[in-house]
Design a protein around this ligand. Structure first.
Ligand code: XMP
Ligand code: MG
Length: 186
């Protein structure tokens, strides 16, 4: 399915527009996998996958990184009701050693940047040798926080719209869509 292509009839009630088609996503993820493989060859990096939204991206990316690496899965929840505090609840890191490791945070989307900022601070504090980030999507938004760390690899920059598919959900639904689409406003 190409970008701007027709939304499959089954989902046309919920998705207004295909932003990124599956072929376009696949090509970009393959290219980024090669970039990661080159950057981390011989370093056995840890890909720290932020669930749930990144699960499809991470599965495709990992298979495109043709050098030894490990995968670890964490969860991060930002307190939407308390955005100004910048508080993000991270689980899955207890008892994990990242000391001296090269870590790549794998995110689905950077919006305000709160989640990424909190995650990278936390991982740096765990003694990682290096911390970089890769995200499938980065929104163009005036809400981006100034403390957002630089994200080394951005697969796609998208407009400030709520998107679903390829791992991203609306109310836990639509993660399975093979494309990234814009939610139709109810
Ligand atoms: P922040 O603001 O911390 O947001 O950068 C990151 C998290 O917010 C969620 N998010 C979205 N989820 N469609 C989604 O399905 C979207 O358009 C969207 N924008 C933000 C997501 O959980 C992400 O990790
Ligand atoms: Mg979500």
């Amino acid at each position: 399915m190409e970008s701007g292509g027709e939304v499959p009839a089954a989902w046309a009630g919920q998705v207004g527009e295909v932003l990124l088609g599956s072929a376009e996503i696949g090509a970009r993820v393959t290219a980024l996998g090669a970039e990661l493989a080159a950057a981390y060859d011989g370093k056995n990096p840890v890909l720290l996958v932020v669930l749930k939204g990144s699960f499809i991206f991470a599965a495709d990316l990992s298979r495109a990184v043709d050098t030894a690496h490990e995968l670890h899965f964490i969860r991060a929840r930002s307190y939407v009701g308390d955005v100004s505090s910048g508080e993000v609840d991270v689980s899955g890191l207890d008892g994990v050693s990242l000391d001296g490791r090269h870590v790549v945070v794998v995110e689905d989307i950077v919006d305000t940047g709160l989640t990424m900022a909190a995650l990278m601070r936390r991982i740096e504090a765990m003694g990682a040798a290096s911390v970089e980030a890769i995200t499938l999507l980065q929104k163009e938004t005036v809400r981006r926080r100034p403390e957002t760390p630089p994200v080394r690899w951005v697969a796609f920059t998208i407009p400030d719209k709520f998107v679903v598919g390829y791992g991203l959900d609306f109310d836990q639904r639509l993660r399975h869509l093979p494309f990234v689409g814009v939610m139709r406003k109810p």
